[in-house]
Design a protein around this ligand. Sequence first.
Ligand SMILES: [Zn+2]
Length: 133
Amino acid sequence: MKYSLFHARIRNRCSNLNGDLFRNHLSTSPKCQCGCVIEDADHFFFICPKYNLQRQQLFAATRRFHPLSANILLFGKESLTTEENGLIFIEVQNYIKATERFLKVVLDLPCLFICIKMRLACSSLCGFSGTLI
Ligand SMILES: [Zn+2]
């Protein structure tokens, strides 16, 4: 499983987070399962009580880069080195993996829509090549 793909999808607001699905007209509600009104990147990384344990690990591993924001987790920080931003991205992908947030939904989704929209080669169901003819 390529967790960098989920990372890229969250970055581009084409993820399976309900806020993104709603924004892309693939869902009727942006609500999180926890009851919060919108499940967006901020909610996923910083707020959702479902991932408190996984979040502790993410925050501990990135302690020297605090204070964090969803923007830093998704895009990195200009003042950091490539290696430091790489470390943040690895920890973000570890967090995504540990939450298992995207494992089930990816099987239910019309992933072709998302793969085509992002021009990404699909590693999941649809097998989109990554380029449109
Ligand atoms: Zn939540």
